[in-house]
Design a binder for this molecule. Structure first.
Ligand code: TXA
Ligand code: MG
Length: 340
């Protein structure tokens, strides 16, 4: 199958693909998603095949407003309505109990709930409206690889397997949405993201922010939490925010292989790196670092001589919580301090 790169002016053609049951990747403010008609089971199944995604990992249903949620979910609480009013469109995915049989098992992974999100990207909102159906949309990467933040990442992973990619340039935030479970008594964050725990507490009061730290012997609440994630070919190590980069320089200089270093400019420009270090800038702060993390990890997949990537860690609060969640998974929890 030829994979078409659609410009924002070609939304109509992309919507035709969706209506026909084909897959089109779409831009959002977080990462690119792999879109299919959420009401067409055969189309949804193609998403799992294209990504190589385990079939028990449910998908987010992307909508253009609260109406689609009300169509499929059980009546919304006042808290739920307030959340939607405050954070949509935006990087918050909300899990609600479904009306029985409202969406196919291919979407829900057999759960009695589904995750909904109204992305903040006009091109994709127009795509949903033009297609006239909600879109399932996992991140548009091969399962296990870093999520795509530019259309070219999607094309790299999925060319020949999907009908098209709607290109709207680089995504803004760079890490995926916050996933909040509203199907339980106390709302719980299952994945930290662009909307922080503090912001949610300001609207809801009590929010459980512990569930996304899953111990090895515990069953994860979001099925996707148990799989290997965001992993480039090289081994990633976290350099903790209080660690000493001169130790990193010294260690790198002793290696016979190339070493990737991903850090903010203040560090990158103030260490005398040896010749075998390949630097990648994460910009100025945790915001730019979140925007550039997946791009950097993918960059080193094009440098096969780089066998390890040392990446700056930040304090895990605010957006830093989302950044550290992704970096920890990508590193398989490996820290420079412990291992070197
Ligand atoms: O920012 C994002 O959320 C992106 C863009 C494309 O919207 N999408 C995304 O989708 O990251 P995905 O499939 O890569 O991650 C969705 C996460 C998975 O961890 C999945 O297990 C969880 O949400 N999830 C989906 N439905 C669920 C449900 N009913 N109950 C619990 N977890 C659910
Ligand atoms: Mg994903």
């Amino acid at each position: 199958m030829e994979t078409h790169i659609y410009q924002p002016s070609e939304i109509k053609a992309a919507a035709e693909d969706i209506k026909r049951g084909d897959l089109v990747a779409f831009p959002t403010e977080t990462v690119y998603g792999l879109g299919a008609d959420a009401t067409n089971e055969a189309a949804v199944k193609k998403v799992y095949a294209a990504k190589g995604r385990p079939s028990d990992n449910p998908l987010i249903v992307h909508v253009s407003g609260i109406e689609a949620v009300e169509k499929y979910a059980q009546p919304l609480s006042d808290d739920a309505k307030r959340l939607i009013k405050t954070f949509w469109p935006g990087p918050l995915t909300i899990i609600f109990k479904l009306k029985p049989g409202a969406l196919s098992k291919a979407v829900t992974g057999g759960l009695d709930t589904a995750a909904f999100r109204n992305p903040k990207n006009q091109v994709t909102i127009d795509l949903i409206k033009t297609a006239g159906v909600p879109l399932v949309g996992p991140s548009a990467n091969t399962s296990g690889k870093p999520s795509p933040t530019i259309a070219q990442h999607v094309y790299h992973d999925l060319k020949g397997k999907i009908a098209g990619v709607l290109d709207d340039g680089p995504t803004d935030i760079g890490v995926e949405s916050t996933v909040l479970d509203m199907s339980t008594d106390v709302p719980a964050i299952l994945r930290p993201g662009g909307v922080t725990a503090e912001q949610l507490r300001a609207v809801l009061g009590q929010v459980d922010d512990e569930k996304h730290h899953v111990a090895a012997n515990e069953a994860p609440k979001a099925p996707g939490m148990k799989y290997k994630h965001y992993a480039p070919s090289a081994q990633v190590y976290i350099v903790d925010h209080d660690d000493d980069w001169q130790r990193v320089r010294k260690w790198a200089a002793e290696q016979s292989e190339k070493v990737g270093v991903m850090t903010t400019d203040a560090i990158l420009n103030h260490v005398q790196w040896p010749d075998n270090v390949e630097p990648f800038s994460l910009g100025a702060d945790v915001k730019s670092a979140s925007h550039l993390l997946f791009k950097g990890l993918r960059h080193f997949d094009d440098e096969p001589d780089v066998k390890s990537i040392l990446t700056e860690g930040f304090k895990a609060d605010g957006l830093g919580e989302a950044y550290m969640n992704r970096l920890n998974k990508s590193a398989g929890q490996m820290h420079f301090k412990i291992n070197k």
